[in-house]
Design a protein around this ligand. Structure first.
Ligand code: AHR
Length: 494
């Protein structure tokens, strides 16, 4: 029996919309082809940005977009990516496939993309192979309004006014591709670099320190101990991979029930990670001023057969959709500490929202979860108690149901529910405490597939898409809803 009680009169703070953030790196076909096609492309575009992708992304209300990497960020020299495009340096993207990077998508193009999408930029600076001066000048270039070498150069390059920039990352994965540093060494570098990342005029930066991978609690401890007062956020990266990360991660499309189960078990591990990193953060920052910024998360499978291994192109199924739903619920649950999360990555890379092939584009099951859940952005979390059956396989257990509820500023209540069970539907009774008498209308949407590997293709683009959820009844303040196996649902109460 699955029983959910929502205490609609017990509010638990805002769900920061930034947990619905994205990440787009110069990796494979994410930026080039996926977003940027150039002004002369036969693919319909606006100033070089493809229209179909921009339209689809606008509909997600992406609150914040991280760029230019990832590992690419610590090899990126921003000055190569401004000025007349035909004169920009061509370089090798050494980390990702060794392909030519022509720098046609640089600071101005990224800021234009953000303006088009109505999203806030989150820029990740280069600590691994860049200088303090380079980082400092980038901020000056983007945000200074007065007369200065960088601000004047920006004007020469066609942008009179500075951009508004809030989120700035000081390096990425500096324990790995960002310089293979020890936490102690990076903590000192962080202190140094961030000193010259200045607030110009009204522009107030939110500085994010490069954080730990997975369960590296020592990294969090050292960063918080040595640098907490100088940061606004500390990042955390964790990817969901069913297999062995360095050998065989597992296929995106051929999941058995065993792989389905392990994938969700690993997705649920995010709960332990958030809790344990949060305990360390609490020790140094009991007021919870420093945000936990999960700026890379999502599934990471083996690349699709026949594709460049350095491009990280993978398909996306209903399994990815349930992974996304479960992550959002965990981020909501920890809304006192988790202030931002950025899925890796927006287009054509890892757990993407959109896949492209030439002029064609498809929306993935993960896209649909972001779209269905966007009502949670900046909504108030409602207290909820979930008692549910277990889903068992080979002696291991997972909860069958994951859920969360929020109230929007218009007063509508949203309940999102994932059924993790591979085989069976789950019937859930939802007690709506504190809402009885206020309910005018209930409607629902559901995303499911008839098999674990259900996905969209360029030939069959709408195989997995949300439909109306009809399997619910409302009686005396109790909603009874039947969730199909392997599904993500959203109920709206007006
Ligand atoms: O998202 C792909 C890569 O994963 C990023 O570049 C890096 O930060 C992480 O290891």
């Amino acid at each position: 029996m699955n029983k959910v009680t929502i205490n609609a009169d017990l509010e638990q703070g805002k769900i920061n919309k930034n947990i619905y953030g994205h990440f787009a790196e110069h990796l494979g076909r994410c930026i080039y082809e996926g977003i940027w096609v150039g002004e002369d492309s036969p693919i319909p575009n606006t100033n070089g940005i493809r229209n179909d992708v921009a339209e689809a992304l606008k509909n997600l209300h992406i609150p914040v977009l991280r760029w230019p990497g990832g590992c690419f960020a610590d090899e990126y020299h921003w000055k190569d990516g401004v000025g007349p495009r035909e004169q920009r340096k061509r370089m090798v993207n050494t980390h990702w496939g060794g392909v030519v990077e022509n720098n046609h998508f640089g600071t101005h193009e990224f800021m234009m993309l953000c303006e088009m999408l109505g999203t806030e930029p989150y820029i990740c600076g280069n600590v691994g192979s860049g200088t303090v001066q380079e980082m400092s000048e980038w901020v000056e270039y983007m945000t200074f309004n007065g007369e200065s070498p960088m601000a004047d150069w920006r004007r020469q390059n066609g942008r009179e006014k500075p951009w508004k920039l809030t989120y700035f990352g000081v390096g990425n994965e500096n324990w790995g591709c960002g310089g293979h540093m020890r936490a102690e060494y990076y903590a000192d570098l962080y202190r140094q670099y961030q000193t010259y990342v200045r607030n110009y005029g009204e522009n107030k930066l939110y500085k994010i320190a490069g954080g730990a991978s997975t369960a590296d609690y020592h990294w969090t401890e050292v960063l918080m101990r040595e640098a907490a007062p100088m940061m606004d956020g500390l990042s955390l990266h964790y990817y969901t991979t069913p297999g062995d990360f360095s050998k065989k991660k597992g296929s995106a499309l051929d999941a058995t029930e065993q792989e389905w189960f392990i994938t969700l078990q690993k997705a649920m591990y995010m709960k332990e990670l958030i809790s344990k990193h949060a305990v360390i953060m609490d020790k140094y920052d009991p007021e919870k001023r420093v945000g936990m910024i999960i700026d890379e998360w999502g599934t990471w499978f083996d690349v699709e057969p026949g594709t460049n291994p350095g491009f990280l192109y993978q398909q996306n199924t209903i399994r990815d959709a349930v992974v996304a739903g479960v992550h959002f619920h965990l981020f909501h649950e920890h809304n006192d500490r988790v202030q931002m999360a950025n899925i890796a990555q927006t287009v054509n890379v890892l757990q993407a929202m959109i896949l492209t092939e030439g002029e064609k584009m498809i929306l993935t099951p993960t896209y649909h979860v972001f779209e269905m859940f966007k009502v949670h952005q900046d909504a108030v979390k409602l207290e909820m108690d979930v008692k549910c059956d277990t889903y068992e396989l080979n002696g291991e257990q997972l909860p069958s149901v994951s859920a969360s509820a929020s109230r929007s500023k218009e007063g509508n209540v949203t309940i999102s529910l994932c059924n993790l069970n591979y085989r069976e539907e789950s019937v859930v009774s939802i007690q709506l405490r504190g809402l009885v008498g206020e309910i005018n209308e209930v409607s629902g949407r559901v995303l499911t597939g008839n098999e674990a590997n259900a996905h969209n293709t360029f030939e069959e683009p709408h195989r997995v898409q949300p439909g109306e959820l009809e399997s619910f009844t409302l009686q005396d303040g109790e909603l009874t809803v039947t969730l199909p196996a392997m599904s993500v649902s959203v109920l709206t109460i007006i």
